[in-house]
Design a protein around this ligand. Structure first.
Ligand SMILES: [Zn+2]
Length: 253
């Protein structure tokens, strides 16, 4: 039983602990190329949040990891079979209900720990802050915590070398044999400004990628996944600790 994982701990332990920071991992349930499980983002969010929370807990921060939300924003994959979409407005409603409980019970910091590219919590953090002024909200995209280029040969952003390596490390029994991996080839928008990133629109996933992957998984290995996971765990764990201990009224220097 890990005392910083709400789903594992119990009323006997909880009622004696004053938590400083709640962490809400958020994934998605969606196709990840041919070879990775639909729960890839949930597995990543779960494992990273738990490992990083252990780092923070061992240093003395009272953090509590809430159960991972399994559905994410999949509006661009509405024609991909059983990709389950949660609209941003539904996500906001869920966040308000979670914040309502934490706020009432005196856990005044919430970190939304995101592992899915289609989820975007920044605007929600702004709105939640106005709605619950006694609370501190922040959000992290977990894969942004370290430089992917130091760990992987090919860039990508969905079921790519990075995610395949991570799953080979975390849940190898759920990864299909290499002969069945798609190449993750993705088309780019004909209008160059979209590829430059400053002009944005949602990608129509099934028109961009045949196997649903974006990024070549070919060079993925379990060793790369483990190294990347350890580096992220350390960095994220430090951040959890710092946020838990911070005086939110004295954040700037
Ligand atoms: Zn993913």
């Amino acid at each position: 039983m890990r005392p910083y994982i709400l789903a594992e701990t119990n009323w006997l332990a909880i009622q004696k602990t004053q938590f400083e920071l709640a962490i809400l991992p958020w994934g998605a349930t969606e196709a990840h190329n041919y070879h990775l499980p639909y729960s890839t983002d949930v597995i990543e969010a779960d494992a990273l949040a738990a490992a990083a929370a252990k780092v923070a807990w061992d240093k003395g921060a009272k953090v509590i990891v809430l159960p991972t939300i399994p559905f994410g924003v999949n509006t661009g994959q509405s024609d991909i079979y059983l990709d389950i979409n949660l609209n941003p407005s539904t996500q906001f409603a869920i966040l308000c209900d979670v914040a309502e409980t934490l706020n009432r019970q005196g856990v005044h910091k919430l970190l939304i720990f995101n592992a899915h590219g289609g989820n975007d919590f920044k605007a929600m953090v702004r709105e939640l802050g106005l709605k619950y002024p006694a609370m501190f909200f922040c959000t992290a995209f977990c894969f942004g915590s370290v430089d992917k280029k130091e760990f992987f040969e090919e860039a990508g952003d969905h079921a790519d070398e990075m995610e395949t390596s991570l799953l080979l490390h975390l849940r190898p029994e759920l990864v299909l044999p290499k002969e069945q991996w798609g190449d993750g080839k993705a088309k780019k928008n004909k209008i160059r400004s979209f590829s430059e990133g400053w002009l944005w629109t949602e990608r129509k996933w099934s028109q961009v990628s045949a196997d649903t992957g974006i990024g070549n998984p070919h060079f993925a290995t379990e060793e790369k996944g483990e190294k990347f996971f350890q580096a992220m765990t350390h960095k994220i764990g430090e951040a959890f600790y710092e946020v838990a201990k911070a005086d939110v009224n004295q954040m700037y220097q």
